[in-house]
Design a protein around this ligand. Structure first.
Ligand code: F6P
Length: 541
């Protein structure tokens, strides 16, 4: 089925006009003063995730036009194509079915094979967790990109659900400085290596797996079959590598959407089968919301539409993610791949050049750390960067923390939440020159003119943000949060008319790397550009 691209819709022109007449000059402070119901109107309770969208530079008429745009581009049928397994990844001729991985048993045509693979994977995870029988103390997960970021982020986020005495480690970089320090901690008899690669051809992963195998043998390890397993769609290649225990999955699971598949094995080992199922259930609840909620109350749709409004009309080039939970510190890195590898494209599904901007830069850091690094620029820099705050109402520190310390940590949690609210408030409110002039800043210079100091101490305000609130950071809520982001990426990709599920942009570098690799040994610079040749000579060992 052919769908209209956003820029081919009549609603696009109407949005441009509305932006010029009202959108560009929109001021959040005026909007809150004029609309007593603004918070209620712009907040949405989706499964496990409460979203406050009210601090965004958006009003009802703009959203109505964006919803008209979504309808005109067939967003609902595009969503149905996704969920029903149509081959929407056109350049690879594949369906995109990560949602089937979290559907309840018997729900769809893929259920039998999905449930079979899930049960086998969970049973193995439980065997590993039975440490009296397995003897495993360390699990080393070797993978990169989608075969690393999701599992690493989730295991870190759900650390309080982990088992003391069972450590999970993640090795991704081809740089030996990733693996080497870890080897000092390991003993072959108590270590399980998981080699995770959808294709089982990825240079970094295979290099690290070979080094791990060499270490295992050199350190006196025996029984590779018991200590190395693989999660892959290419079980034959894993077999050739010498791994006999493999957990397979399917080409219709995209790498960056694969944590729900057997690629999630380290998650299952860390948190156990029941919690892994809760993660899937949380994501499924968000899938249901995305599939059935009317567009105007559908959180991934609303967030995706605001993204289009910001990227294509306001011209904002990046978005900052600020999770106010230390467990979510890898979320920005995970979201970078999810969003930028999915939507960092400049041609449409048919390969025609796009005339609109696509993926923004996504970046961030856990709060409050980010406040002491780059928030200065968010508040007073020349670019407007929408910020996404994520906070968790109820903390969970783990059984090992004594009650007296828990009290202190709870107090710290209130400080964390106050910081989170203060940042979005400051971004929105700003501080007028007159206000700054009326204040006496104790650390300000006594010799500089008060007006100049006040200009340094003024904030423009009207800087937009979204705040997402989870009741607690649990397998269920994390599953829902990740699924929310996945669907939001789908929404923007669908409106821009791009294929969000391929990643040809990473191929050229891989090919050039393969041709440069032997030259680093031989020093052959024939045919290279002068810069690459000069650097190669400089680096050659
Ligand atoms: O970086 C490109 C990429 O193909 C990602 O899309 C993927 O997640 C990653 O490499 C790892 O691929 P594989 O799981 O096949 O090793």
């Amino acid at each position: 089925m052919q769908y209209k691209r956003c820029d081919q819709s009549a609603a696009w022109g109407a949005l441009s006009q509305y932006f010029a007449e009202h959108g560009a000059a929109f001021d959040l402070r005026t909007a809150f003063a004029q609309e007593p119901q603004r918070f209620a109107h712009w907040s949405v309770q989706a499964p496990s995730v409460f979203a406050d969208l009210s601090k965004n530079r958006i009003d009802k008429p703009a959203m109505e036009l964006l919803l008209a745009l979504a309808r005109d581009c067939g967003l609902e049928s595009q969503r149905n194509d996704l969920l029903q397994g149509a081959p929407i990844n056109l350049t690879e001729g594949r369906a995109v079915l990560h949602t089937a991985l979290r559907s309840p048993a018997g729900a769809d045509a893929w259920s039998a094979e999905v449930q079979g693979a899930l049960q086998t994977m969970l049973a193995f995870a439980e065997q590993v967790r039975d440490q009296a029988a397995s003897g495993i103390r360390d699990v080393v997960h070797i993978g990169i990109g989608g075969s690393d970021l999701g599992p690493a982020m989730v295991v870190q986020a759900l650390q309080p659900y982990g088992r003391p005495g069972l450590k999970l480690h993640f090795v991704s970089n081809v740089d030996g400085h990733d693996l080497a320090p870890l080897l000092r901690e390991l003993s072959p008899a108590t270590t399980l290596f998981i080699v995770a690669s959808k294709t089982f051809t990825t240079q970094e992963t295979l290099a690290n797996a070979l080094a791990a195998k060499a270490w295992f043998e050199a350190a006196g390890g025996s029984d590779i079959a018991r200590h190395f397993v693989a999660t892959t769609t290419n079980t034959a290649a894993a077999g050739q590598f010498g791994i006999t225990r493999t957990f397979g999955f399917w080409d219709w699971v995209g790498g960056r959407y694969s944590l729900w598949s057997v690629i999630g094995l380290p998650i299952a080992i860390a948190i156990g089968a029941d919690n892994f199922r809760a993660l899937l259930a949380g994501a499924h609840a968000m899938d249901q919301h995305f599939a059935t909620a009317p567009l105007e109350r559908n959180l991934p749709v609303l967030m995706g539409l605001i993204d289009v409004w910001y990227r294509n009309f306001h011209g904002f080039t990046s978005r900052s993610v600020a999770p106010y939970h230390q467990g979510l510190r890898r979320l920005p890195a995970y979201l970078q791949q999810l969003e930028m590898e999915s939507n960092g494209k400049s041609v449409d599904r048919d390969g025609e050049p796009l005339s609109v901007a696509t993926s923004p830069v996504v970046w961030g850091e856990a709060g409050t750390n980010g406040q002491h690094a780059y928030f200065q620029m968010l508040h007073q820099g020349t670019d407007v960067i929408p910020v996404e705050f994520i906070c968790v109402r109820t903390p969970r520190y783990g059984e090992h923390v004594p009650p007296a310390v828990v009290e202190r940590l709870r107090d710290q949690h209130r400080k964390l939440l106050a910081n989170c609210l203060a940042q979005s408030q400051a971004l929105m409110q700003g501080k007028r020159f007159e206000e700054a002039l009326g204040e006496r800043a104790p650390t300000a210079s006594q010799t500089m003119a008060p007006e100049a100091i006040a200009r340094h101490r003024s904030f423009p305000g009207n800087r937009p943000s979204t705040t997402l609130v989870l009741e607690e950071l649990s397998p269920e809520s994390l599953g829902a949060l990740i699924a929310l982001y996945e669907h939001r990426v789908f929404v923007t990709g669908a409106l821009w008319g791009i294929n969000s599920y391929d990643q040809w942009g990473v191929e050229l570098g891989k090919a050039l790397c393969n041709s440069l690799l032997p030259r680093l040994e031989t020093g052959d610079t024939k045919g290279l550009d002068a810069s690459t040749a000069g650097l190669l000579k400089h680096l050659q060992s």
